[in-house]
Design a protein around this ligand. Structure first.
Ligand code: F6R
Length: 605
């Protein structure tokens, strides 16, 4: 949430700095700005709106200088105004900072500074810190000391980058519970709140740990511990993300492009070495209790996984939303398996900390290398899905689900739930799935588009499924809400008759996730619910598999998918539902890649 970028170079970096916050725009897009040092003075430009909108007015990309900082914001403290946008300047115009996170004691510092005559332009906690810097510098007349002295006065979780007219050669950066990474270039260095800040310029990265600060120069960097000032040696990571995967590549939106990335994402997920999958399966097998955890889409991924663990390994593990995880009385030795695309989600991170304090073992499936969650757990699986730029998660969620199926399958094997032959059959199904997805995406997209178009006016949806198709329905309903702003409620199909049926009338559209007919029990139950809606005059739409005449007869519109294994069938429906939401949002003219009020990675509670 919110994107930070900084560059120290020997050449003009205006354009590059602007590009870097454009690449971070998915982290926040209600306002943005840049500050650069030009001939000893700070040039600050910022405004409300998306990056291109602000650039049209402020000409950010034409700013001059070889050192600068930039920020794209998702408002937390203070509304969306030009004053509240970052960077913030000190009253004497000698310091500029960009900041992510929260300074929890900012109010009392603000009052103290106001008492000394400091006039604040914004309502942000950030402006308080930049004025603390001015005050500290007046005392120490040394920039590093002033930075540390100001930091010693603030509480909360934050990452900050400071640029000062007193030092034209260095940026001063600090990380505490909010991500910050360095990028090491050739004759230039970068800092960013995630890899996308500098992936276009370098693949060498250093992940900062909590309580570390950096003095970052064009050719040099010094990383020290805040507490002791001791120098820290860090590992330089080689980032293997393919740059092209973070580009739109001819698609009109990242969301569509990322849906079309899914075959490749599945192949990557299949390439994750079996030992990594087995290690997690063994940890689960050895633990007295296991909990699956995520929030938003990743909670639904956990919920889908719950069914796979049950079916393949005959084990029931509760799925919990990270923001409600504190209800669990975790005990020493228990296992918590978390899912997080960004690896930075506050709710998931704090719940993992809670579990670790109680002595639980932790593991996670994460997409972003070097992210906080990936570093804090005992065991991590890097899903390798490549950058997911659209705020709405598609390919990352799909890959996580696929990886969880692999874990459930290994656990089943460990517990001798099936023969080697059946195990191999499942493996073959998983291996062949990406090719089928490729075919389905190409063949179905026009058809899905037409149905989405004909129903995009619908304001209220029920998304219904039985068994594992129930969490598939809830995840798909979240996709629909996020990207179209229309109301969609996910529900077990069998639940309908216990109350919600009273809402049924022609304008209420029900999207059913129909299992293959060979899953007779689930199929029958779904069909009963479809009939219940149809009989009462509701509109029934079905995502189903070819040859399912009963389901076709019950639905007024049907999306028919090729037959696929029982293991992969729910995933195929999940993909189609992503596409369905995309096309509905397209028809409604929504801001698809950056839906209103949302940000990609939610690092606040
Ligand atoms: C929905 C979506 C969010 C995230 C949630 C957790 O499309 O993307 O609901 O799933 O904010 O984020 P991560 O996976 O980064 O922990």
């Amino acid at each position: 949430m919110c994107g930070i970028s900084g560059i120290v170079h020997s050449e003009n970096i205006g354009r590059n700095l602007f590009n870097s916050i454009r690449n971070l725009e998915y982290r926040g897009y209600d306002s943005c700005g840049m500050a650069m040092l030009q001939q000893g003075a700070l040039d600050l430009r910022k405004n409300v709106g998306g990056i291109d909108e602000v650039n049209a007015v402020e000409k950010l990309d034409q700013m001059q200088g070889s050192i600068g900082i930039a920020h794209t914001r998702w408002a937390t403290h203070g509304g969306v105004t030009q004053e509240n946008a970052h960077p913030h300047l000190s009253a004497d115009n000698k310091f500029a900072i960009v900041h992510n996170g929260i300074i929890s004691n900012y109010q009392q510092i603000r009052e103290r500074l106001q008492g000394q005559g400091v006039v604040f332009e914004s309502l942000t906690d950030t402006e308080v810190f930049v004025n603390l810097l001015e005050e500290s510098y007046a005392e120490f007349n040394d920039l590093e000391q002033a930075f540390l002295a100001a930091l010693a006065q603030i509480e909360g979780s934050f990452s900050i980058v400071m640029l000062s007219a007193y030092d034209p050669d260095h940026l001063y950066c600090v990380k505490k519970e909010s991500p910050l990474l360095l990028g090491l270039g050739d004759g230039c260095n970068y800092v960013g709140s995630d890899l996308n800040a500098f992936l276009e310029y370098t693949r060498q990265a250093i992940v900062l740990d909590d309580g570390e600060y950096v003095v970052l120069g064009q050719q040099d960097y010094r990383i020290r511990k805040l507490q002791t000032r001791e120098l820290v040696e860090k590992t330089v990571l080689q980032i293997d993300w393919d740059l092209e995967t973070s580009k739109k590549g001819g698609f009109s939106h990242y969301m569509l492009k990322e849906i079309f990335d899914e075959p490749q994402t599945l192949r990557q997920a299949m390439k994750i070495p079996l030992e990594q999958i087995s290690t997690i399966a063994e940890m689960i097998a050895g633990a007295p209790h296991c909990y699956l955890m995520g929030v938003g889409t990743t909670y639904y991924v956990a919920s889908i996984s719950q069914y796979y663990f049950s079916n393949l390994a005959d084990r029931y593990y509760p799925a919990l939303s990270s923001d409600e995880f504190s209800v669990v009385s975790v005990e020493s030795g228990d296992m918590v398996l978390a899912l997080s695309q960004s690896g930075e989600t506050y709710d998931t991170k704090t719940s993992l900390e809670y579990a670790q304090k109680k002595g639980a073992q932790t593991a996670a499936v994460v997409n972003v290398m070097g992210s906080t969650i990936s570093m804090m757990v005992d065991q991590v699986i890097m899903q390798g899905s490549g950058p997911e730029i659209c705020v709405v998660s598609t390919k990352a969620a799909l890959a996580q689900t696929f990886i969880m199926i692999r874990v459930a399958l290994e656990l089943g094997r460990l517990k001798s739930q099936f023969t080697q032959k059946i195990y191999e059959g499942h493996q073959t199904d998983l291996e062949g799935f990406s090719t089928l997805v490729e075919q389905v995406l190409n063949e179905q997209s026009g058809f899905v588009r037409n149905i989405a178009r004909s129903t995009s006016h619908v304001e209220h949806w029920l998304f219904l499924g039985c068994g594992v198709y129930y969490p598939v329905a809830t995840e798909s309903a979240l996709k629909m809400k996020e990207v179209t702003y229309q109301h969609a409620e996910g529900m077990p199909a069998g639940f309908l008759k216990h109350g919600t049926l009273s809402m049924v009338e022609p304008s209420l559209h029900c999207l059913f996730f129909v299992p293959p007919p060979e899953q007779k029990n689930l199929h029958d139950r779904t069909l009963i619910a479809m009939e219940q809606v149809k009989t009462r005059g509701g509109t029934v739409i079905g995502i189903m598999f070819q040859g399912d005449q009963r389901a076709q007869a019950a639905a007024s519109q049907a999306i028919q998918l090729p037959r696929v294994s029982k293991l992969c069938a729910p995933l195929l429906q999940m993909i189609i539902a992503q596409m369905f939401s995309y096309y509905a949002a397209l028809d409604l003219g929504r801001n698809i890649d950056k839906p209103r009020n949302l940000a990609k990675s939610v690092t606040v509670g």
